[in-house]
Design a protein around this ligand. Structure first.
Ligand code: 5GP
Length: 118
């Protein structure tokens, strides 16, 4: 799949649209979801242009992949989600209900989240 440079997360990465940032390093940006589905709802995105988790896993460098999951662990810990737990979700493609075609992980928490798929 060809990466769309005009997707909303590309605009956030370029600073064209603001975000409520919770974490940033050389490879990763994380910010609050604008339409939170739980008391805590963050989005974690790589800074590289990857459409989906499949694209990221297949084509990102080892350094990018390591940085991404280290960031997820840091965010969960720094935001106090370790003890009570959280859920990470990656939506991919049409059946996954992916709206924004830039790879992202949702981190959700702050309450019991119920069954995984309703
Ligand atoms: P997807 O369905 O692609 O996995 O999720 C995309 C997520 O991006 C949705 O939860 C949606 O609320 C969030 N989102 C869409 N536009 C924006 C935006 O401009 N800012 C932020 N912070 N989140 C957004």
């Amino acid at each position: 799949m060809i990466y769309d440079n005009d997707n909303i997360f590309a605009k956030i990465l370029r600073g064209e649209i603001p975000c409520d940032k919770v974490f940033e390093d050389d490879h990763v940006l994380a910010f609050k979801d604008i339409n939170a589905q739980a008391p805590v709802h963050f989005l974690v995105i790589p800074k590289g242009n990857y459409v989906s988790q499949e694209d990221f896993g297949a084509n990102a460098s080892d350094e990018e992949i390591t940085a991404f999951y280290r960031a997820v662990a840091k965010i969960v810990s720094e935001q106090g989600l370790d003890a009570a737990g959280s859920r990470t979700i990656s939506n991919s493609g049409v059946h996954g209900g992916q709206e924004v075609p830039h790879y992202h992980l949702h981190i959700l928490g702050g309450r019991e989240l119920g069954r995984m798929v309703e």
